[in-house]
Design a protein around this ligand. Structure first.
Ligand code: HEC
Ligand code: HEC
Length: 305
């Protein structure tokens, strides 16, 4: 917050409180002329329509003290907690600090409660209904924004249900993807290849994926592939889980399989980032969600799309 807005907030807030105190004092002191009518009630002396009179029933004192109470309360609050512009408050409390503290506490409680369960091998957890129930819940809260609520992914976000993995599908590899995050770096070749060469290479990639393509174009593209791409994607396009370079023969494309999408991939490269989850989720939750992801692939193990 800039100095201007800091003082803007401070002056408006304190000015408002001062104005309220003035209002209480001014109205508390105001003297109302008082008379007594025939029934013996005190009135303000105002009379309307000949016989309508206004009774003098001042606000009870305790009510006024309640207002003073709220003012005192707000001053104490503003002294202790953030509220006055940049002033952090004497206690140093922040919502973020409280959040982190509560998360750490929740993680510790979770680990204590489910420690025995999550210590079991991932293969076993992937068949344990209680672990899968917890894992599904964790997935919905932490992963579905990127991978979709059904884990089938979206453009640039891999499908986690099809048993095709850029970084490997063994339980410990999936767990590492979740713990450490992953960063796939595919360099762009727009400088090395001209437009026509990019197109031919893209056609060859489609052929690798088993699509029907122009054979001459694919053969020409193969030469570029052998030279520029095979180092990462393998001589036969089978991919390399150590680099996160996908298997191009699987027919699974997170960035699209159309000729234009593949040309875009080759020309400009791709850079998918999976954020590390270990600090956020802790080990127990990471293991449960890994088990859940693995279970999705077991039920789909014969699907090859
Ligand atoms: C901010 C978006 C984002 C979130 C949140 C996210 N992921 Fe990812 N995830 C990605 C991206 C992008 C990739 C692909 C990385 C790459 O390009 O290699 C990925 C890759 C993966 C992989 C590796 C896939 C493979 O083919 O090997 C796994 C497993 C995975 N995510 C699981 C999860 C789980 C489980 C969660 C929740 C705890 C999660 N992700 C949360 C974006 C995300
Ligand atoms: C330095 C290693 C490296 C080289 C060289 C490389 N790639 Fe890649 N490629 C990758 C990685 C890593 C990814 C995954 C990028 C991501 O996850 O965001 C990728 C992704 C792709 C994709 C997207 C797949 C999808 O899921 O949509 C295609 C297509 C592709 N590469 C083709 C090629 C072609 C053709 C060449 C040669 C012109 C090439 N790559 C060269 C590492 C490489």
């Amino acid at each position: 917050m800039s100095a201007f807005w800091h003082w803007f907030v401070v002056i408006i807030t304190l000015g408002f409180i001062a104005a309220m105190v003035w209002l209480f004092i001014a109205t508390g002191r105001a003297r109302v002329p008082s008379e007594t009518n025939e029934e013996g009630n005190e009135t303000t002396g105002h009379v309307w329509d000949e016989d309508l009179t206004e009774l003098n029933n001042p606000m009870p004192r305790w009510w006024l003290w309640l207002f003073y109470g709220t003012v005192i309360w707000s001053l104490i609050y503003l002294a202790l907690y953030p509220g006055l512009g940049n002033f952090a408050g004497i206690t140093g409390w922040t919502s973020e600090g409280q959040y982190i503290e509560e998360m750490e506490q929740a993680t510790a409680e979770f680990d204590a409660r489910f420690g025995e369960l999550v210590g079991r091998p991932l293969e076993e957890l992937a068949h344990n209904p209680e672990a899968l129930r917890l894992g599904r819940n964790i997935f919905a809260h932490n992963c579905s924004t990127c991978h979709g609520s059904d884990a089938r992914g979206a453009r640039g976000y891999p499908n986690l249900t099809n048993n095709h993995w850029s970084w490997g599908g063994r339980p410990e590899q999936v767990l590492t993807s979740i713990y450490e995050g992953r960063e796939g770096i595919m360099p762009g070749f727009g400088d090395a290849l001209n437009d026509q060469e990019v197109t031919r290479t893209a056609v060859f990639v489609q052929q690798l994926a088993g699509m029907q393509v122009d054979q001459t174009m694919a053969a020409a593209g193969r030469r570029h592939y052998d030279m520029l791409c095979a180092a990462c994607h393998g001589p036969d396009g089978e991919g390399n889980p150590d680099l996160g370079s996908p298997d191009l023969t699987a027919g699974v494309f997170s960035y699209g399989s159309s000729i234009d999408a593949i040309r875009e991939t080759i020309r400009n490269g791709r850079h998918g980032v999976m954020p590390a989850q270990r600090d956020l989720l802790g080990e127990a939750r990471s293991r449960l969600v890994a088990a859940y992801v693995l279970s999705l692939n077991e039920t789909n193990s014969d699907a090859d799309d």
